[in-house]
Design a protein around this ligand. Sequence first.
Ligand SMILES: CC(C)(COP(=O)(O)OP(=O)(O)OC[C@H]1O[C@@H](n2cnc3c(N)ncnc32)[C@H](O)[C@@H]1OP(=O)(O)O)[C@@H](O)C(=O)NCCC(=O)NCCS
Length: 218
Amino acid sequence: MRDLLPATVAVAVAGPDDWTGELLPAEQACLGERAVQTRRRDFTAGRACARRALTDLGLPPTAVPSAADRAPVWPAGVVGTITHTTGYCAAAAAYTTDIRSVGIDAEQHREVSPGVRRLVLLPEEEATCARLPSGTFWPVVLFSAKETVYKVWYPVVRSWLDFQDARLELDPDAGTFTARIAPARVDAAAVDDPPTSISGQFVIADGLVRTAAVLSLR
Ligand SMILES: CC(C)(COP(=O)(O)OP(=O)(O)OC[C@H]1O[C@@H](n2cnc3c(N)ncnc32)[C@H](O)[C@@H]1OP(=O)(O)O)[C@@H](O)C(=O)NCCC(=O)NCCS
């Protein structure tokens, strides 16, 4: 994930001990007592990474609770993002004086079901997947890129974005993507200067698709 983001963004990837470490009280309160073990491990690893990213920025290892909308709550002056999938977890954080927003996502590199494809891909994106080089499960690359786009968009605009609200173009050689946001969503955004497009990078390695994107300052 480090290579997908600029140097101003601190990135932490979970090590073996991070999945079973301690949560801070404010984080424990968000997880609740009844979380199943998988959720507890994912959440714990995400918070360990989040706090390490904060210390890499030179900040104290502050708690990163979840808001009611599930978005992580970063300390004032910081933007950040968390992802977890089986066997992998990472967080990234940066100062709001350096970037406007950041998103990361990791998925297992495998086929996605026809139902998920219908939900996630626009017809032209299906056509693009058919044209791209074989040997890669392109639909899951687009899926991950769209989740990253949502994680960039949401903290800025605080509104929902459907998978079909982002039209993705992908350069398989450069490992880059650009999402054009549906004009209706941009027009409805209740913030100054909502993003009309979000660009990022992807890598496929070790059985995982990793995607990341940053929104620059205005
Ligand atoms: C929120 C969402 C993107 C998370 O992705 P995921 O693949 O399910 O799970 P990941 O492990 O990668 O990410 C989970 C983390 O995302 C973060 N997250 C949750 N809601 C978020 C939001 N609204 N904004 C930013 N980050 C959010 C949280 O940190 C969460 O981890 P935590 O609960 O342990 O804190 C996904 O569940 C979702 O709701 N997608 C639908 C919206 C969407 O993607 N639209 C596409 C628009 S192009």
